[in-house]
Design a protein around this ligand. Structure first.
Ligand code: T5A
Length: 210
């Protein structure tokens, strides 16, 4: 039986990595094979592209170059990791996927969203997650969480507050426009509460038992 593909989306520091680890444990305890991955990245080639995308000056790339690099990485990721895992029945949890390109390079970077959808269609056809959990959080709270973590900021974390505010609206819009695939989760709650909300959506939509 084909596995399930779940993507996690949201602004900076919304708690995706934290939630993914809990979901991984929960799915493992049900006996599933679980593949945890991330974008940009997930395969050796895509991780090389990640370094190009996330390091250097904030204006290193234009939004269209970013979108094309994201898709170059994504095709490698889908063809070499995600699709083979789904075919052998694994559950794939990806920290970001194509909605991030719509939000960051589209709404955030000013590229017409239909141009991004055209790139997606050309690169991946109608390939899409079975479920997308969108973590909704005030961008200032999320950015503060990333600062408190003490790591060097990525290129995108250096973009201004207005950019990050547009991202939040973009993710909300995606959730409202595709309710059959996406759910919006209040990420200002505790990690336990966020996990319970995510699990409850998975039970409802993907027949998860735990
Ligand atoms: N990008 C990506 C694009 O521009 N276009 C694209 O198409 C794609 C795919 C990736 C960057 O690439 C951009 C978007 C990103 O800027 P990244 O470093 O992977 O870069 O950045 P993020 O995906 O934003 O990952 P982060 O690690 O910054 O955030 P997470 O994973 O959402 O948050 P997490 O779990 O690490 O938590 C952050 C901190 O908050 C705490 C955690 O302990 C941690 O310290 N925390 C909570 N605190 C309070 N309450 C909660 N509920 C908490 N949950 C976590």
């Amino acid at each position: 039986m084909r596995g399930r593909f779940i993507s996690l989306e949201g602004g900076e520091g919304a708690g995706k990595t934290t939630l993914i680890e809990r979901l991984r444990q929960s799915l493992l305890s049900q006996g599933h094979e679980v593949v945890v991955t991330r974008e940009p990245g997930g395969t050796p080639g895509a991780e090389d592209l990640r370094t190009l995308l996330l390091t250097g000056a904030a204006d290193r790339w234009t939004a269209m170059t970013e979108a094309l690099l994201m898709y170059a990485a994504r095709v490698d990721h889908v063809e070499r990791l995600i699709e083979p895992a789904l075919q052998r029945g694994a559950w794939v949890l990806s920290d970001r996927f194509s909605d991030s390109t719509i939000a960051y390079q589209g709404t955030g970077g000013g590229i017409d969203l239909d141009r991004i959808r055209t790139i997606h269609l050309a690169a991946l056809g109608d390939f899409a997650p079975d479920l997308t959990l969108i973590l909704d959080l005030d961008p200032l709270v999320g950015l503060r969480r990333t600062v408190e973590r003490g790591e060097d900021p990525t290129r995108f974390e250096m973009f201004d507050t207005e950019f990050h505010t547009r991202l939040r609206a973009a993710f909300t819009e995606i959730a409202h426009s595709e309710p059959q695939r996406c759910v919006l989760i209040d990420a200002s709650k505790s990690p336990d509460d966020v996990f319970e909300m995510a699990l409850s959506h998975m039970r409802e939509r993907l027949e998860v038992k735990a």
